[in-house]
Design a protein around this ligand. Sequence first.
Ligand SMILES: *Cc1c(COP(=O)(O)O)cnc(C)c1O
Length: 355
Amino acid sequence: MTRARLTIDLDALAHNHAVLRADAHGAEVAPVVKADGYGLGVGPIARRLWAEGARRFFVARLEEALALREALAARAATIHVLDGLASGEAEPMKAAGLTPVLNSPREAAAWGSAGGGACAVHVDTGMHRIGFTAEEAADLAASPPPALRVELVMSHLGSAAEPADRRNALQLSRFRPLRALFPQARASLAASAGIYLGPDFTYDLVRPGVSLYGGGPHERPDPRLRAVATLTAPLLAVHTVAAGETIGYGPAVTATRDMRLGLVGAGYADGVLRAAWRGGYAFVGGRRAPLVIVTMDLIGVDLTDLPEPSPGDRVELLGAHVQLDDVAEAAGSVAHEILTRLSRRAERVYVGEAA
Ligand SMILES: *Cc1c(COP(=O)(O)O)cnc(C)c1O
């Protein structure tokens, strides 16, 4: 019997890509496919996005870039590596024709020493994670290492999912003069959420990740986007648990009434976060069923208020009816983490693969 199954719908990916492209105010959409395409498999994801017209991709690490280059075979994409150059990475990056995103003067010097060529520069405008400070960027623009060709200047927004947050305007006001230091370069500020801050934020190129995969730009379900990842598993058994009985490990869950409990053949080892048990739900027989317990291999759902299901029915744990952003909220997390935790144990099925 097929236990947990992860279906990856590349037609939904293409749909989301088209939505973002239509909303990007004319900017190029450069998909972010780091962490193995947000856990969904970088090869099928990137090949389908290429078929949809994407020609430039972002990953985080050298290894991810090499895997993407291999997956794209003869397709001559521009591949940017967001985390820049760790020591010793300049040579392999050049050899694979990758375009690093330089995050510090040390990385700029290393890229220059390796012969330089095309690169991007990340300037920090207020997220305080990585990137050149304003002073360092001015120095780089004034005296760049020989042979450094800055083709893209970019920054990253810390609060774009909250359009009213003052940090958005602050980061934009800081980005403007930094971007002007590199007048020959294209500019990029927005990820998924930033696209929806309006045309001041989209510049030449946008870098969506999560919304390509169905996560709402504002961290709540967005009806225009389709679910790319669907996780289902069979209903293995249905029991009655008497009021007052304790369910699963430890004392946390006690039936407050006679409960019809369904056991589903998936668990946190398939990528359903254990933290989602409180407030999370599954979908079975056309209805939502609250999660009761999440263990490594089995999930308990409350079927008391649902029509009698049959063992063997498939239960959706993530997908069109169990929305990514709802799962993230229940787990106290973000859609990005829910996707990247989907494990390799669930059987994977791709729909709509590019030739
Ligand atoms: C991960 C990342 C993105 C994509 O962000 P989403 O929220 O998934 O759209 C874009 N830019 C940078 C620098 C990132 O690290």
